[in-house]
Design a protein. Structure first.
Length: 100
């Protein structure tokens, strides 16, 4: 016989999975832009432009947090801080939802 607590537990696990997946996708998007930057991808390409715009929007809050003389360091650190923050915070929230 199922109880209400089993239903709530499954809902927490499902919500946790969704939150973790969203955090992973956000961090992947940012990481993909850093990779494309290093590979000197054609910024005129529609897909590259979309990834660049999405990553720039997602990392907008962290991009100028630190300033560096070299552009590649600015890209790595500026976007990297955001990617790590999304991963850490997303998985912390997901972990809390798993335990409910």
């Amino acid at each position: 016989m199922r109880t209400h607590t089993g239903v709530h537990a499954r809902g927490g696990v499902q919500a946790g999975r969704v939150v973790a997946a969203v955090a992973d996708v956000l961090a992947f998007t940012i990481g993909l832009w850093v990779l494309l930057y290093f590979l000197d991808a054609n910024r005129g390409n529609g897909l590259v432009e979309f990834i660049h715009d999405a990553a720039t929007w997602l990392a907008g809050w962290s991009y100028d947090l630190f300033t560096f003389d070299r552009e590649w360091v600015q890209v790595v650190v500026g976007h990297g801080v955001a990617a790590v923050a999304y991963l850490v915070l997303g998985h912390l929230v997901a972990g809390r939802l798993y335990r409910r």
